[in-house]
Design a protein around this ligand. Sequence first.
Ligand code: SF4
Ligand code: SF4
Length: 326
Amino acid sequence: MERKNKTTDTAKCVHCHICREACAFLSKYGIDIGDADRLNELAYHCFLCGRCSEICPEGIDGRGVVAGMRRDQVGQDNGAFVNKKYKRMISEKKDYLYRNYRHVTKGSILFPGCNFPSLYPRTTKALASLLREEAGIGTVYECCGKPIADIGMENQEKVITETIDRRLCKEGVTEVITLCPNCYGYLSGRISAKVVNIYEKLKELGLGCRIKGGGLLFKPCPDREKEEWMTDIAFFLENECGQAENIQCCGLGGNAGVLEPELSRAFAAGLKDYPGAVYTYCGSCVGNLTRNGCRQVRHILPEILGTNEKPDTAKSLINRMKTKHL
Ligand code: SF4
Ligand code: SF4
């Protein structure tokens, strides 16, 4: 079927229900993206996974529609709702509490983001040492700002991005190596430095080993449409993986799990009983799926680096806090 150009004009909706049938959140409330008034009331229940945007025959970008609604709501109530509901997250990430620029280097830097170091502290340290020793690449511990952007805090989002950009420019950073597809997608084009993924860099430097693969591959939401990380990741897999199709989102997207904890938990059910390994390449996905019973989920990076580290879901906050002092 021919798709039309992307739009956020919900008046173009023909109520074919294709988005509703593909989305657990829309089907729970019996609405389409075109039901703008009701969608606006439920904007913080959406996982911002983008599935509706991919499949709408009228080209309606549901994720963009909801993101716009959230920004408008923050503008209307001066952030009162988000400040109440996402207080802890905002206080941590608005001016990132655990940032650490002590190991910054000119040229390239490793940018682990918040989630990977929370779950894989040993692998993070091993990777930072490897890149420093093999290529003189330093590390910056920082939050990219996407969690704040996702809840619609447009002004704060701009401050975060501009501050990161200014700081990296001042340090002479020209390349940012990301471990998380959220950081990658969010920072690309927003900062002056070139943003690349870790698998591309490991390949370029001849580091890391190929892993068996096989099993299933769960693609994180930010990489679903463009699959920009996939070619580089495929290089490290000896056996091709099948795609984990029957799971909409890991359950953390859009911070919707705060208002939709049951849906967030239920997403994991699509993978729980799979008998083999399920590979993915987003720390948030591994964390949420593991917490919800998918013990066979593995992040590709520790496997490639041979650290054999399991996600440390019990001490994720403590691990993140420690990045300030590395
Ligand atoms: S898929 Fe597009 S046209 Fe169909 S109901 Fe959803 S938003 Fe409307
Ligand atoms: S972005 Fe995802 S959760 Fe939100 S309405 Fe679209 S399909 Fe549903």
